[in-house]
Write a protein that binds this ligand. Structure first.
Ligand SMILES: *Cc1c(COP(=O)(O)O)cnc(C)c1O
Length: 379
């Protein structure tokens, strides 16, 4: 009766067991195998890149991408500020220095203006970043053309953190395929899941071969166990890749379902003054992984936290928007470039933002309950 309504829960297709059984029948219970190879091929085909390398998590894929770009101690890496901590943690793993870039209003993602300012200063200081990590928040693609133009001007490669935007489009091309590297996540709360896992994609086939080497303890070609580089244990298991294959088959359906969830929220709540749903930039198609909106504090009398509490009282899970990384204790003292002097967009989005239950398996009845609760609180 009172089943908790979750923000974003796993939604199996029914075909997963078939691939898992194949793995069992052939005894491929390992961090490699036919499902891993097939999942990589199928995902690269979907994303439109030459290749893909399956990893144990999205975080691992970011770590490998940074490593492949030669990021090391003392290097600078630019990263979106408004994101989950996993986008930037690998910068710290490598002993590099994260520098955070603010959002802009139209996509909530990296501000080209702030990025240009950061690049100019970095150049003046004679220390260009080794990479820029651009995040596509809640399924909305960042302004990739503008951002990549700036990065190209300075010769800095882009890592596209598309953990939340698998299935989204930017100008007709798959989100994640714009950077030199792209990464996806299959964590339990993402639009499709393997329970845990990730993918590194690129057109650089040699680099991806190297990523597989690094992800399997960097074992040299020798008859004995020989190692001359630090390696990781970052490959995806053949069982989990089986789940991923079945999930990928229904990805486009899941995108449609999430967009329907978003549309129903807008239809029911769009007229309420002071509510602003996350925009969809012209020429892009968001997977609407999470329906996110802001409450204008000058108009709306409840705060996001009060709303989250009220929803919790009805067994409904809602969350604040990511706390910007430049405001996190972990990154205290790190440089940050705002969108403009007097407008820190990521901070405002954090203070005014809320994410609503958005699962593709949420029933119309459940969503109605969320909407009713919201209407009571907001009226
Ligand atoms: C989920 C997520 C990640 C990390 O993916 P994992 O598979 O959980 O390691 C990275 N970046 C963003 C923006 C995410 O939402």
């Amino acid at each position: 009766m009172n089943k908790r309504i979750l923000l974003s829960s796993p939604h199996m297709s029914g075909n997963e067991q078939k691939y898992i059984n194949e793995a069992f029948e052939t005894n491929w219970i390992a961090p490699l195998g036919p499902n891993v190879n097939a999942f990589e091929d199928e995902l690269a085909n979907y994303a439109g890149t030459k290749e893909a390398a399956a990893t144990s998590s999205g975080t691992a894929a970011i770590h490998l991408a940074l490593e492949l770009l030669g990021v090391g101690r003392g290097d600078k890496v630019f990263c979106s500020s408004l994101t989950f901590v996993a986008s930037a943690n690998p910068i710290l793993y490598l002993g590099a220095e994260p520098i955070f870039i603010d959002s802009e209003e139209e996509t909530w993602n990296m501000s080209p203006k702030a990025l240009a300012c950061a690049m100019r200063e970095a150049k003046a200081e004679g220390k260009i970043p080794k990479a820029v990590i651009v995040v596509n928040l809640y399924g909305q693609s960042a302004k990739m053309d503008e951002l990549i133009t700036i990065c190209d001007e300075y010769g800095v490669p882009v890592i596209e953190d598309a953990a939340e935007s698998l299935g989204s489009l930017y100008k007709g091309k798959k989100s994640g395929s714009f950077g030199y590297y792209g990464i996806y996540s299959f964590n339990g709360n993402k639009i499709i899941t393997t329970s845990g896992g990730g993918m590194l994609i690129s057109d650089d086939v040699d680099a991806l071969a190297r990523s597989r080497f690094l992800a399997t303890q960097a074992r040299d070609a020798a008859p004995h166990y020989q190692h001359s580089k630090i390696g990781y244990n970052y490959r995806m298991s053949n069982i989990l890749a089986g789940i991923g294959r079945a999930q990928l088959e229904v990805l486009d359906e899941r995108v449609k379902a999430r967009r329907n969830v978003f549309d129903r929220y807008v239809e029911a709540l769009g007229e309420i003054e002071g509510l602003h749903f996350m925009p969809e930039l012209e020429g892009t198609y968001s997977n609407r992984w999470l329906t996110a909106l802001t409450l204008d504090p000058n108009i709306v009398k409840v705060t996001p936290y009060e709303l989250i509490d009220a929803l919790e009282g009805e067994c409904i899970e809602a969350r604040p928007v990511w706390k910007p990384l430049h405001m996190q204790p972990l990154f205290e003292g790190c440089k940050f470039y705002p969108h403009s002097e007097d407008n820190v967009v990521s901070k405002r989005l954090f203070e005014e933002g809320i994410c609503l239950p958005s699962g593709s398996n949420m029933t119309a009845e459940q969503q109605e309950k969320v909407i009713t609760t919201l209407k009571t609180q907001l009226s």
